[in-house]
Design a binder for this molecule. Structure first.
Ligand SMILES: [Zn+2]
Length: 414
């Protein structure tokens, strides 16, 4: 009987089904959210019901799993009093209780990639969205009329949405590269026209082959225009046979051609999907690094010219304290202990008391994290940059909304 229970006869199937424990409605975590998904969350309204937004960091490994559960528990605990508040509408309380259950279930039953889970729920209105972010942001939970999307968009804005297309004179295949994920966008329309191969092979009919190739490339280019519009891509990577590539790129619309950040030659071997993806990912990485180099160089030059910029960790902490940061560049691997004043939201590397309000400061293991959270809260952008992006020993630099007032005495060692 042991092995026969795996037989596929109708009797054993229903027995299996009975044995299976009822599972909570499964929600897939979206690790590569489309522009539409982001907009949908941005515009979520729940007919007068509250929307719960929860951010929970996910650390890999068994310990991380425990941590995720306990952090989710304590977040949900924060909103339980609201769910039990008899002053509130019954429907509101019911919806919140549904949110608490559903978020708890998701975390209990799922397994997640490292980074942060961003969950938006209004159970009474049938709303439940789970987005997987590739970076850790601080855990938090809010109950409001709209979704708290700022921490999510701050992370997403760090990444480029890239379309990679592999094209030859008969086929075309596209992928989406985003947040370190690779999604197949599939074969593009215009690919695999019947009879084309035949025509191409007819040497005496070269002109006809050229025409067919051109038509195919044009159709693929049109399909790409549509794909860009639908998915909101930022950049394009194109792979193909070296002799055909320029002819294909020439068929792209101008806006699309301007978004080509790299091409890679593909022989018949690397026309295979895996190799093509590797090429495309390397090109995207190089592009992001060169973008970071350019932006960091701009900030450094601006600072050198006495412009609105802060260079180095201490000036950046001061800039964050006065809400001056427009864009913050931090070394990907940098971390530094420091102090925070919770009263005046003041940051520094060290100080017993806050020079702004005179209260005792709180020591934190990594003040850069606190600075990043503050900049996100203020609507600034964050860029984690590689060690070779030009920051060097400076660890942090920022472009500013306004010129910094003088720092409190003794806080910035020069
Ligand atoms: Zn203070």
């Amino acid at each position: 009987m042991r092995s026969s229970s795996h037989d596929t006869g109708p009797a054993s199937v229903s027995a299996d089904a009975r044995r299976r424990r009822p599972v909570a409605a499964q929600v897939d975590v979206d690790y590569s959210p489309s522009l539409q998904t982001i907009r949908r969350i941005e515009e979520l309204r729940a007919d007068g019901l509250p929307i719960v937004s929860a951010y929970v960091p996910v650390v890999p490994g068994g310990e991380g799993r425990k941590l995720l559960r306990s952090e989710t528990d304590s977040l949900l605990h924060q909103i339980r009093p609201i769910a039990n508040d008899r002053e509130l509408d019954h429907a509101v309380r019911l919806s919140l209780r549904g949110d608490i259950d559903r978020i708890g279930e998701l975390v209990e039953n799922g397994s997640f990639k490292a980074g942060t889970l961003a969950i938006f729920s209004a159970s009474g209105a049938g709303i439940f969205e789970a987005i997987g972010l590739p970076r850790a942001v601080r855990e938090r939970i809010t109950v409001d009329a709209t979704a708290a999307i700022r921490p999510m968009t701050a992370v997403l804005d760090e990444y480029h949405r890239c379309c990679a297309v592999l094209v030859d004179r008969e086929t075309a295949f596209a992928w989406e590269l985003y947040l370190g994920e690779v999604l197949e966008a599939g074969a593009l329309p215009g690919a695999g026209r019947r009879g084309l191969g035949h025509a191409v092979n007819e040497r005496r009919n070269d002109h006809r082959a050229e025409e067919l190739e051109k038509r195919h490339f044009r159709e693929v280019a049109t399909a790409l225009d549509e794909l860009f519009r639908m998915r909101g891509y930022d950049v394009l990577v194109v792979g193909g046979h070296e002799d055909e590539l320029p002819r294909f790129v020439a068929q792209l619309s101008r806006p699309l051609r301007e978004r080509v950040v790299g091409t890679f030659p593909a022989d018949d071997d690397s026309m295979k999907a895996v190799a093509a993806r590797g090429h495309a990912e390397a090109i995207l990485h190089d592009f992001e690094l060169s973008e970071h180099r350019r932006m960091v160089a701009e900030v450094l030059a601006s600072a050198a010219a006495g412009g609105q910029a802060a260079v180095g960790l201490e000036p950046c902490l001061w800039a964050g304290s006065v809400r001056a940061v427009q864009a913050l560049f931090v070394d990907e691997g940098a971390s530094s202990p420091g102090v925070v004043c919770d009263e005046s939201r003041w940051f520094a590397l060290s100080a017993e008391v806050c020079p702004v309000c005179g209260r005792e400061t709180r020591r934190v293991p990594d003040v850069i994290n606190d600075l990043i959270e503050a900049v996100i809260e203020d609507g600034g952008s964050i860029h984690h940059v590689d060690g070779d992006a030009g920051l060097g020993e400076r660890l942090a630099a920022a472009s500013l909304h306004f010129e910094l007032p003088p720092a409190p005495e003794g806080t910035i060692g020069t």
